[in-house]
Design a protein around this ligand. Structure first.
Ligand SMILES: [Zn+2]
Length: 98
C-alpha cells in the first residue's frame, strides 16, 4: 500500500512538472528539431553559400528569381535575366538619367 501511495505521489509530481514546464519542454524540443533540420540542410547543401537561397525581385519586370540566377547591373539593381538588364540599360539611355 505504501508503494502505491509513493507511486501516486510521484506520478502527480511528474504531471505537475510537465504541465508547469510544458512551454520550456516544447521550446527544447523545437530547438532540437531545428538543430537537426539545419544540420541535415547543411549536409545537403555542402559548398553552397546560404545566400543562393535568397530571392530577389527583378527591377525591370518584377519577377522573383533566386539570387544565384540573378543578373546584377550594379549593387542596387538586380534582374532576372540578361534581357531585363539590356532593357533597363536601354531605358536608362533613352531617359538619360543614369
Ligand atoms: Zn526581369
Amino acid at each position: 500500500m505504501k508503494f502505491v501511495l509513493l507511486f501516486l505521489i510521484s506520478a502527480v509530481v511528474l504531471i505537475w512538472l510537465t504541465t508547469r514546464f510544458r512551454r520550456q519542454i516544447n521550446e527544447l524540443i523545437v530547438a532540437f528539431r531545428s538543430n537537426d533540420l539545419s544540420s541535415t540542410k547543411s549536409k545537403i547543401n555542402v559548398g553552397k553559400p546560404e545566400r543562393s537561397f535568397e530571392m530577389i525581385k527583378c527591377a525591370a519586370c518584377g519577377t522573383w528569381t533566386p539570387f544565384e540566377n540573378a543578373a546584377l547591373l550594379n549593387s542596387v539593381e538586380k534582374f532576372c535575366s540578361q534581357e531585363c538588364v539590356d532593357e533597363a540599360i536601354a531605358i536608362k539611355k533613352a531617359t538619360n538619367r543614369y
